[in-house]
Design a protein around this ligand. Structure first.
Ligand SMILES: *Cc1c(COP(=O)(O)O)cnc(C)c1O
Length: 432
């Protein structure tokens, strides 16, 4: 199986985090998001241990909360001692509802509104990661009004193509994110920021992309960033205290995806950083990274109930489910890969090829094409889609007025609702 928390029970049912998914579908209804809490905590610890071991005691993994943002996840991050990154006032609000201490929060986004900046400062957010000079001006103005000194990092684009999907590649020079080193804009914003009385430049940030497996992407990004840091030290006498290398480690969606060992990856990045610092004759800054997908992705699974099975002889077959692009838009967005399983018939031979499709009025409402399922698949069966913990709930919509599914957490053989299922009343809650 693609992840160790996916197994087959003695009854031929798909088990997730040791629990019978068919029983969970019956108990909580479908569509249903499952999240393996123990796996999430395990991943947090893997990152923290690797960071302590290879980057030193001051380094910190920050959970990129856009991957899956809701109250309970911030409680878990708080309990696990994780920093967080947020990209909107809504994520800040959610973290605050969970009692999360924002001094370890980093506020990203390529366009923070004036209201975002006010909201962040009202709530004493630890750091703003400024994308461009305009943002530094806005942050300086608001910090000046308050008579405070706001800590900031600058987001730079190192000019690296991580060979992932175009839509989730973010480190190239022509990206909408950050200030490019290559064009001289990174130096300009650094000099400008250092001259502002109400911002304190803590260091630099980059994020090259997502679902990255590439051999040395993070090493190359780190070296480019360290060369920039050394150049700023030499030219402007400014030594960065923090270097944040962003998120992006990939997870296994299908058998052909590689297995990524976080400790090994982090040790390789650390070795590249140490070598570069030595060569450039600079101290090693505090290193941060921002994993999102690799913390929660494989902790997730979505359960659906099968409806219509349509066979078009000589063409193709469709297996329709009771959810679709509103709860998982990733295939529609960028043809993302997923593994689909027939949860109540795990021991049957899979020799029926079909497209697993949603129930929306949209031909692009597809979960996955070319799925192999048992030929007996039919109405009432439970379809499971694996590895849906990241960028599913957080990207979900109410398209076709479908209520968003519940999120049920699985831990130590028990289950509990962390996000209740939306009701029809919720759908009209804002309609006046
Ligand atoms: C999306 C994002 C992340 C997380 O990426 P993952 O691929 O989920 O690990 C981290 N940092 C920034 C700035 C991001 O935009």
């Amino acid at each position: 199986m693609i992840c160790e928390n996916i197994t087959i029970g003695a009854n031929g049912h798909l088990h997730f985090a040791g629990q019978d998914t068919v029983a969970l579908a019956k108990q909580y209804g479908t569509p249903l998001y499952l999240l393996d809490e123990d796996y999430i905590r395990h991943q947090c610890r893997v990152y923290q241990n690797a960071f302590k071991k290879h980057f030193g005691p001051t380094s910190r993994p920050l959970y990129a909360s856009k991957a899956n943002s809701f109250k309970r996840i911030y409680e878990i991050m708080k309990e696990e001692g994780m920093g967080i990154d947020v990209v909107s006032s809504g994520e800040i609000y959610t973290a605050l509802q969970a009692g999360y201490d924002l001094s370890h929060a980093y506020f990203h986004s390529n366009n923070k509104t004036d209201r975002d900046i006010v909201y962040g400062m009202d709530n004493h957010i630890g750091y703003f990661v400024a994308d461009n000079v305009e943002e530094i001006k806005a942050i300086e103005a608001e910090a000046g009004r308050r008579g405070i000194k706001q800590k900031v990092l600058l987001r730079l684009t190192p000019g690296i193509d991580p060979h992932t999907y175009e839509a989730i590649a973010t480190g190239k020079v022509d990206s909408k994110f950050g200030s490019a080193i290559e064009t001289g804009q990174a130096e300009e914003i650094t000099v400008f920021t250092l001259a502002q009385p109400h911002v304190e430049l803590m260091g630099f940030h980059c994020h090259v992309g997502s679902q990255v497996f590439g051999e040395d992407i993070f090493e190359r990004a780190a070296v480019i960033m360290l060369e920039f840091i050394a150049a700023m030290k030499e030219k402007h006498g400014y030594m960065a205290r923090q270097l944040d290398l962003g998120g992006g480690y990939g997870v296994r969606y299908v058998e052909s995806d590689p297995f990524l060992d976080v400790d090994t990856k982090v040790s390789q990045v650390a070795a590249a950083i140490q070598a570069a610092c030595k060569r450039l004759n600079i101290e090693m800054p505090e290193i941060h990274m921002e994993p999102g997908r690799s913390i929660v992705g494989a902790a997730g699974m979505t359960l659906y109930t099968c409806g219509t099975v349509k066979k078009i002889p000589g063409y193709k077959n469709y297996v329709s489910i009771d959810g679709g692009m509103p709860d998982n838009p990733r295939y529609a967005l960028y043809k993302a890969n997923y593994t689909c399983l027939l949860a109540n018939k795990m021991n049957e031979k899979c020799d029926f090829e079909a497209s697993v499709v949603g129930r929306c009025c949209e031909s692009g409402d597809i979960i996955q094409e070319h799925v192999m399922l048992p030929a007996s698949v039919g109405r009432g069966d439970t379809v499971a889609v694996c590895t849906t913990g990241a960028y599913n709930y957080s990207m979900a919509s109410n398209y076709n007025r479908l209520p968003r599914p519940a999120t049920v957490m699985l831990s130590g053989g028990k289950s509990y609702v962390a996000i209740r299922r939306e009701t029809f009343e919720d759908l009209c809650a804002c309609d006046l």
